[in-house]
Design a binder for this molecule. Structure first.
Ligand code: XMP
Length: 395
């Protein structure tokens, strides 16, 4: 049952405006605070309950319990939404939508597209072809891991397009972040179109749209592809019908479903990564040498954050390479090499973020490993800017 199906009188009214100073007739006040004399009230006979605080926000202690009690006991909505039921329902819906037709799915290395692909594969098996466009801007071992998981573990028909040279060629000498994004977006579309042309019989395209994306884009049953700033946004004239198996799920549910489907933890728990990839983490023009340095430094950051058991608590943790040179000393000599900036933030939704208070020992290991293991770097800095005023990415 959906909340919107409930009779009006069972819905909790949460006022965002003025305080309620006295309860209406028939109601009992069940909670109060200095600022809100009526923080919660109820009329048990009519099963009407009200709160004037936000049980749904993360900071409210036991807020989740308030909502659970309301839904399970007052409204009689049993928690029938389990990982297995989500999977069974999604599989049935995909089969009903797709029938015997062919389906394409772009894999980015991220959790959403991976779970969407795994679900569609469970539903329609080898009617699915996955496309991994390796832009040359991915993190260390990312493409190899997607290939290992999908081709060897799941036996999915996977087209791995190694397009790094093409992307790097198009990006040569480009320093402006927005131009980088535009070039990467356009190149991605061209590469994807070429693969799509080779699979002309495919009528459906899988999209890893989540419930919050649908809410953001105004709701409705037919959400448009989130153009946002995502690479992987495809042009309108590719005539596919969309399959969106995650459209009713939040991120934590997507992860739970991914685990249930047997995807490896490295994919299921991967932190968000921007579509334009490492291109927006090299501040300045992109060269193969800079990419290699950044990729190695980034791998050290991720490894150490994981070793410290912090990877899942931290929203994003990564390395940035500003393309300037700094002076250092090594042995008797002077060095003149790149700095690496380490960025780690906590956040709930990327709209705001706080710099992560990483333990000194973790920062120290990251710094010394980068200096010792990554040729071309002689200095490591830690970014302690929150968002706002900073952004999470440097570009
Ligand atoms: P900012 O840097 O704006 O980032 O604080 C907010 C979130 O968005 C991600 N991000 C991007 N994702 N394409 C993407 O798909 C992009 O061009 C892009 N730029 C930023 C960023 O990693 C963070 O999670």
């Amino acid at each position: 049952m959906l909340l919107s199906d409930l009779p009006d009188e069972q819905i909790v009214w949460m006022s965002h405006g003025d305080a309620i100073t006295a309860e209406p007739p028939g109601f009992t006040v069940t909670a109060s605070s200095p600022g809100a004399p009526v923080a919660a009230l109820e009329d048990r006979d009519r099963a009407v309950y009200g709160v004037q605080f936000h049980p749904e926000v993360a900071h409210t202690e036991r807020g989740q319990e308030v909502l659970e009690k309301f839904l399970y006991e007052v409204c009689g909505c049993p928690p029938a939404w389990t990982n297995t039921s989500i999977i069974d329902q999604a599989v049935a819906e995909i089969r009903a939508q797709v029938g015997g037709e062919k389906v394409l799915c772009g894999l980015s290395g991220g959790v959403d597209s991976a779970v969407a692909a795994a679900l569609v594969h469970k539903a329609v098996g080898d009617q699915l072809t996955c496309v991994l466009v390796d832009t040359g801007l991915l993190r260390m071992a990312e493409a190899a891991q997607v290939e290992e998981t999908f081709r060897r573990q799941f036996h999915v028909d996977l087209v791995h397009v190694k397009a790094g040279d093409r992307f790097l060629g198009a990006l040569e000498g480009v320093e402006d972040p927005e131009r980088k994004r535009k070039i990467i977006g356009e190149t991605f579309i061209r590469v994807f179109e070429e693969v799509a042309r080779e699979h002309e019989d495919a009528r459906f395209l899988v999209q890893g749209t989540l419930y919050p994306d649908i809410v953001e884009s105004g709701g409705g049953e037919n959400a448009t592809i989130k153009s946002h700033h995502n690479v992987g946004g495809l042009p309108d004239d590719l005539e596919f019908e969309l399959v969106e198996p995650l459209r009713r799920l939040f991120k934590d549910e997507v992860r739970a479903v991914g685990e249930e489907l047997g995807l490896p933890p490295d994919i299921v728990w991967r932190q968000p990564f921007p579509g334009p990839g490492l291109a927006v983490r090299i501040i300045g023009a992109i060269t193969p040498e800079r990419l290699e340095i950044l990729r190695q430094a980034d791998a050290v950051v991720v490894e150490e954050i994981k070793r410290a058991g912090l990877y899942r608590q931290i929203w994003q943790s990564f390395a940035v390479l500003p393309a300037v040179r700094t002076v250092g000393v090594m042995g008797d000599g002077r060095t003149y090499e790149y700095p690496i900036v380490v960025r780690a933030v906590t956040s709930d939704d990327a709209m705001t973020a706080d710099w992560a208070r990483l333990p000194d020992s973790v920062l120290e290991r990251i710094a010394s490993r980068i200096i010792n293991e990554v040729p071309g770097v002689n200095r490591v800095a830690y970014d302690i800017t929150s968002k706002p005023p900073g952004t999470i990415e440097w570009e």
